[in-house]
Every structure is written in C-alpha cells, then in structure tokens.
Write a protein that binds this ligand. Structure first.
Ligand code: GTP
Ligand code: MG
Length: 149
C-alpha cells in the first residue's frame, strides 16, 4: 500500500495526463471528479488543492503513499499552493513537477518559483506529459518505488 504516489495540483495541471503517460495508457481527457485510489497513483480533482476545506482529504490520502508529487502548470499565471504547503505532508518525500513545457506560453521559471515557495523544489522536474519530454527521472523514481516492498 505504501509504495504509491499521490498526485496533487490545480484543475487542469496535468495530473491525469502524467499518470496515463507513465502507465503507458492512451492519453484521453476526462476531468477527474472524485479521488481515485486505484493503482499506483492516487489521482484527485484539482479542486482539492484549490479549496482549503479539501486539504484534509489530501493529507489523509498522503498517509497511504510514500511520495507526493506536486504539479504546477507552466502556463498558469497563478499557483494553487499556499507558502510552505509541503510541510503538511510531514517529512514525506515530495517532488515538484512543472508541466506543459511544450506549450508556447509556458513560463517555467515562474512555475518553478511557485513550487519552491510551496516547498516542492527538491527534486524539481520540468516535463511535458503530452510530448513525453523530461519524464526519465520520474520513470526511474517509479521503477525504484515498485521494487520496494
Ligand atoms: N500541451 C500540453 N497539454 C497538457 C499536458 N498535460 C496535460 N495537458 C492538457 O491539459 C488538460 C488537463 O489535463 P489533465 O491531465 O486532465 O489535468 P488534471 O490535473 O488531471 O485536471 P483535473 O482532473 O481537473 O484536476 C488536458 O487537455 C490535457 O491534454 C502537457 O504536458 N502539454
Ligand atoms: Mg485529472
């Protein structure tokens, strides 16, 4: 149960797309409506980080995983994360991921800063799930996690 990953990030940040890409599923868009505990990833609706009353659900879900991956859309001018939000996961391994690197309007440095301010900077990866760019370190993490029992 513990070798799972919780994906967090705002609505449309790319959580489900990243999950589909890493699990080699076809990339089909459907908005995540409810938290999904099935499989290696716990995927949740972006509203859970955008609406503070849902923080509790994310914290509870984090108890079932060994890593929390926090996504920030590089085309989004805003961040859903409060400063130092990573601290709520209480020393759990956290990973910051800037998504949508392929988009012309991507501003990765702003997105990186948002993740840093929230405490999701070490490590931090910049990716495009759509184009399959920058995924190698995440694939390695996944493989390492699957080897753990
Ligand atoms: N250009 C580009 N688009 C992406 C990328 N990742 C996701 N998208 C698009 O962004 C939109 C939202 O992606 P999702 O993966 O559904 O986002 P989500 O974080 O799961 O969103 P919620 O389920 O609403 O919380 C979809 O249209 C995706 O195709 C990417 O790397 N590049
Ligand atoms: Mg989703």
């Amino acid at each position: 149960m513990k070798n799972k990953i919780l994906l967090i990030g705002g609505v449309g940040a790319g959580k489900t797309t990243l999950k589909q890409r890493l699990l080699q599923e076809s990339l089909t868009y459907r908005k995540t409506q409810v938290i999904d505990f099935k499989g290696l990833f716990i995927d949740c609706p972006g509203e859970y980080i955008q609406i503070p009353t849902y923080y509790r659900v994310l914290i509870d879900a984090s108890h079932r995983v060994s890593e929390v991956w926090a996504l920030q859309d590089a085309t989004n001018k805003r961040s859903p994360y409060p400063p130092k939000f990573a601290n709520v996961f209480n020393k759990k391994t956290v990973v910051g991921i800037v998504t949508k690197l392929d988009r012309e309007d991507a501003d990765t440095s702003v997105a990186e800063r948002y993740l840093q301010q929230a405490g999701f900077a070490d490590p931090l990866h910049i990716i495009s799930a759509k184009e399959g760019i920058g995924l190698e370190p995440l694939i390695l993490r996944l493989e390492a996690l699957m080897k753990k029992d």
